[in-house]
Design a protein. Structure first.
Length: 200
């Protein structure tokens, strides 16, 4: 019987965490924000840091701008300390808006994606006082990085032609420099075709 208060506390924390994501999925963002402390500290790998309930609404709006039909499935929760829990989530939705992440930019692909998300939640006095979310970036790259195949094929053809021109210009320093300049431009363009998410 002495263990019951701890068990009750764990149950209450699990229920709060579940409601946190259910309310987001139902687009009851004000109700979800009500589960946060007024001075909550938020860290998000995609959408930056924020504080307070306004910070939460900004992060939620950023998710929904990129994935309007986004839904979180809570897969399981692990206890990290007396107050800290780690939530393991599957985020599913259609990529219909631009997704900015650090130096990356993912234009809308209309792809239906499944992203693995982990969020550390510090819960005290029945409120979330801090949350830090990370996303598996390999998921993002594999599902949203869409090379421009037609452009890449064209660039590779041009690079092949320039390679032959460079060989033919052997001994002509002026001509070699001109070809190398053009070759550099084509190599840069080919990189952008392979990794369009690096473009800004």
């Amino acid at each position: 019987m002495k263990a019951r208060p701890c068990a009750d506390k764990t149950t209450a924390m699990d229920s709060l965490i579940e409601q946190y994501y259910v309310r987001f999925n139902d687009r009851r963002l004000d109700d979800a924000a009500a589960l946060l402390a007024e001075d909550v500290v938020l860290e998000h790998v995609f959408f930056g840091d924020g504080t307070g309930r306004a910070g939460y609404r900004h992060i939620a709006a950023s998710w929904l701008a990129a994935f309007p039909n986004l839904a979180f499935t809570l897969e399981h929760v692990e206890r990290r300390s007396e107050t800290i829990r780690e939530a393991f989530l599957l985020a599913t939705g259609t990529h219909r808006g631009v997704l900015h992440f650090s130096n990356y930019r993912f234009e809308p692909t209309q792809a239906n994606v499944s992203l693995h998300v982990r969020e550390l939640l510090d819960i005290q006095d029945e409120k979330i006082v801090a949350a830090a979310a990370t996303v598996d970036f390999n998921d993002v790259l594999s599902q949203l990085a869409m090379p421009d195949y037609a452009d890449l094929r064209d660039r590779l053809r041009r690079i092949g032609v320039l390679s032959e021109e460079l060989t033919a210009a052997n001994g002509d320093g002026c001509r070699q420099r001109e070809v190398i300049t053009r070759l550099g431009n084509e190599l840069d363009a080919a990189r952008r075709a392979v990794r369009p998410h690096f473009n800004r």
